[in-house]
Design a binder for this molecule. Sequence first.
Ligand code: ADP
Ligand code: ZN
Ligand code: ZN
Length: 725
Amino acid sequence: MIHHPIIKIALPVPLPRLYDYLQAEDGSLTPIGSRVLVPFGRRKLVGVVIGHAMKSDVPAERLMRIVRPLDQSEPLLDPGLLELLEWCWKYYKHAPGEVVLSALPPVLRKAEGKLPAPPLEYFLTESGRERLEQPAGRQKTQFRMLETIVSEAGVAEALSGIGSQWRKTLARLMEQGWVEERAATVKSPVFAPGPQLTKEQENAVGKISQDLQHFHCHLLDGITGSGKTEVYIRLMEEVLTRNRQVLVLVPEIGLTPQLLRRFRERLGLEPAVIHSGLSQGQRLQAWAAARAGRARLIVGTRSALFTPLPRAGLIVLDEEHDASFKQQDGFRYSARDVAIKRAADLNIPVVLGSATPSLESLSNAFAGKYAWHRLRERANSASLPQWRVLDLCQQDTVHGLSVTALEAMQETIDRKEQVMVFLNRRGYAPVLMCQQCGWHGGCDRCDARLTWHRSAGLLCCHHCGAQRRVPKLCPDCRADALMGAGEGTQQLEEALEERFPGIPVLRFDRDRTRGKGVMARQLEEVMKGDPCLLVGTQMLAKGHHFPRVTLVVIVNIDQALYSSDFRALERLGQMLQQVAGRAGRMDKPGTVILQTLHPEHPALELLLTRGYEAYARWLLEERQLAGLPPSGYQALLRAEAHKRSDVEKFLYEAIELFPQGEALAHGPMPAIMERMGGRSRMYLILISPSRASLHRQIDLWLPGLRKLPSSRKTRWAIDIDPQDM
Ligand code: ADP
Ligand code: ZN
Ligand code: ZN
């Protein structure tokens, strides 16, 4: 064996490099993918071995030795996963150490953290069985444990309740030679029968099943209630039968107890769940079980994507359009895009499911790059809701609710049904709008929308950078009626309580549902089916089934109609479809009321009359004309500092350095929420017709950026394929 004295290590520090160390004194092994403890300045850090080399650029006298290998030199990350992580740090221009360490559960990012031992099970020996045939005698606890081992197949959890010192008891039984231990066997799944598939479902299952042996990206484009989850379950059965693992990624809000119960009941196995809300111990156990191949079904949110899967057979990403699949700080990756990359590397299929696919995925489906499976009928034949658009210019309103909407709510309550009032409070760029005539600012220099920067009293164009002061009166009708679109809904909950006395008003938003158990309690109340009013944000639009809700009122959409964010219309269309999908699912058809100052807006018209697919095609054409994603590629250079002048100086110097090529840099411009946490946030936007040239130019640019003295006075980062501005 050739001796490579230099070990290249990924360390959790925000610098774009690996670190070179020398072997430990005793020459212990440090295979690629294993954890090591190394000296770093005055600290000791846990790192992951990425490679071995003959020599280092670091002068020999400055090279340090690793302190010791961890986990008895067992590699925790396999070569395939390390390759994926390396692709990630290069593609997303992020520090390798932070990328690699993010693939470990938090416990294993610390030196004390240990890989848990595989679970054991216990069984009786011949003499143990003989003992059980004798009377219990004085050793009652020992006897009870022997009985339990027989009846519960020796699962450790079942024994832990026996006596006050069950471990001692168990040790005594083993000393006597009555009990032996062995590694727990992996239970095979036991499938429960499901419903007869619809024609459309059968089609999708059939086509994807034929294609399970190699990589292909499948878009399961099915309206809410069309039975996408049922399709996933049938595919999982096939993959589990072949003894392979399935990874299911869901949005943060989508990982509900109902979903897990459905998997458990249908597949007859316990899903290993991975998300940030679990205790560190639980997360470690689930991760270790997946890595050892014991866990057959892994269900998690974004970060579960990097779980080691020695027997991977299928990746499913549900609600693929959901914004929570993009990490918005630190290592800003898209779990959807990386999942596709991972499936390609593993040569296994990936299924993206959504009722409202992202424009990126749809355009790939239109182009034939993804296999496109459409489910257009509801599996349980519930009818689709009716839309009603209310022109707010013609209506009296009370706290943002029109009189007509209030009357419809009253009628619904009188019929003993439930109402959902949906506030569209996503972080759209704020727009100033005239409540009298519907005026909204446009840029004089280009045809982009102006963003309202309230604290600065400015209207800014995020396209060309133009700025002007906020007018006092409406420039069109001279009314004193300028207001942020969607304002005046904060008191909605109180207003509803006053207006509908005796009817429970249940609020679903981040603040309200943060309290432990609040979400579950409120959901339970809704499921009881008595008349009530649900008030909420995005959280209500996803995942939950509300069979007794027959009226949905969507209060404020105008901000999205005229947002400067080019994704706003895509997200609005997705949100409207998703919300509408919550209503009238079973026997009762639902109604969706949309309130707007702009009922004639062409996008609304198209969406409501022709549906999401036609709407998406139209948006894609607009994007293509403008060279916007997915017809063009973008990246941001984000920067922030306490002093706006520091940020500006850095970004002006940065744009000077941007290399020539197809990709162009624009800015600096303020972020849509410019001040956050006492810092000024601004960015440069990099736009290119080709992905390759965008990356080439950024890679050329970065070393120079890092050398700029002004770069040290700001916190900055590259955001590839940004989702928000
Ligand atoms: P989606 O994931 O597309 O929203 P689900 O798979 O959750 O849809 O299905 C919606 C409802 O229809 C669920 O209650 C499910 O049990 C039921 N369902 C799904 N497929 C069928 C089918 N083929 N026949 C009858 N009911 C079905
Ligand atoms: Zn006006
Ligand atoms: Zn402009």
